[in-house]
Design a protein around this ligand. Sequence first.
Ligand code: GUN
Length: 287
Amino acid sequence: MALRIDGKAISQIIKDEVKEEVAELKKRGVDVCLAVIQVGDDPASSVYVGNKKKACEYTGIRSEAYNLPESVSEEELLALVDRLNNDSAVNGILVQLPLPAHISESRVIEAISPEKDADGFHIQSAGALMTGERGFLPCTPAGIIELIKRSGTSIEGKECVVVGRSNIVGKPAAMLLLRENGTVTICHSKTKNLREVTKRADILVVAVGKPKLIDASYVKEGAVVIDVGIHRNSENKLCGDVDFDSVSPIVSAITPVPGGVGPMTVAMLMKNCAEAARLGAEKTGKL
Ligand code: GUN
């Protein structure tokens, strides 16, 4: 029977670690603050932003919410980002994506100071990950690594296959697995014989955005499977990119959906905020 990797429990441990770190910083006169910007009122974004706010409350991080109307101009949004960049009380800035079509997401993300890039989406953070410099890690891929390690799997020397090549998950997840000394293959929509490649994986990370694409025929016996997808099926039930019922009998460990990767993203965001505050305080001589 496969180990069900409990993202809820592991994310709770990380949030408790952050809570301790935040309390320690507070004792030394450093407050941690995350500014969260949401444009419009997309229901999914509102749920994500609400979860981030709750996690801030739990860990002792102060959160500032900026809700801008769908009609806000790119200039107005950039002006807010600029103001927050220059506000020394704000350690992390997060702009919830997606943004309305009239606003360039990349322009807005690149406007965030890399020192406050809590999401790890800035091109400087991506470059740092690529070259092994210090930088904020994107939260979902960082959470994937924590799930693998904290559930008892070592990555070094393993065949790691990532299905999906997005800038937010697939590519950074592959770089992090490489950093952990995995042997990494990235697959995508043009990959020939996907099954043959995924079947080589000791560690299989799936982030393709296609409900239940990966069934047992894609997976090696005893593999560790991380499912990043989240979808609602026709019965309004949540499911992932992996067909859990088909795959779980043959693997050694697998993340469920919900309760796998999802909760890790928010926990790693809290970790980035605390780190941003610590580094900022060290830079300005407060610590
Ligand atoms: N939209 C969906 N996921 C995310 C995320 O992790 N960060 C931001 N900023 N927007 C998102």
